[in-house]
Design a protein around this ligand. Structure first.
Ligand SMILES: [Zn+2]
Length: 121
């Protein structure tokens, strides 16, 4: 089995309406989002399953950047947990069409350098 992991960054704003504390006020993060895919093997003679450039281009369409998450997702509490699942579901659909040889395994949203949430199925 092979695994691809692609790390992308997105600058976002959000606030948590159902939270008592600092995070109830609008603030920002530069998120690091790691997407993990598995695939059964590589094509020859390229010795790759997918070109990283193409995979990154697809991720760029899905991963929010310079957006307010509350607005984008019409969500009162767009947490790292929420975002990891939303990205997973969107990516699962997109990958099925564009790269059927890959399977999305997990999305990890790093909200800071020492705190992340992973969603996988
Ligand atoms: Zn936050």
């Amino acid at each position: 089995m092979y695994l691809y992991k692609i790390k992308m960054r997105g600058s976002i704003a959000h606030h948590l309406e159902n939270y008592k504390g600092d995070c109830s006020r609008v603030h920002g993060h530069t998120l690091e989002i790691v997407s993990t895919f598995d695939f059964p093997g590589v094509k020859e003679p390229e010795n790759m399953a997918v070109d990283f450039k193409e995979l990154k281009a697809l991720l760029k369409e899905i991963i929010p950047d310079h957006l307010d998450l509350n607005e984008k997702y019409q969500c009162a509490n767009p947490t790292a947990e929420f975002l990891a699942k939303v990205i997973f579901k969107q990516l699962e659909k997109a990958i099925e069409k564009k790269f059927p040889n890959l399977t999305v395994r997990a999305i990890t949203v790093w909200e800071s350098s020492d705190a992340s949430c992973t969603y996988g199925e």
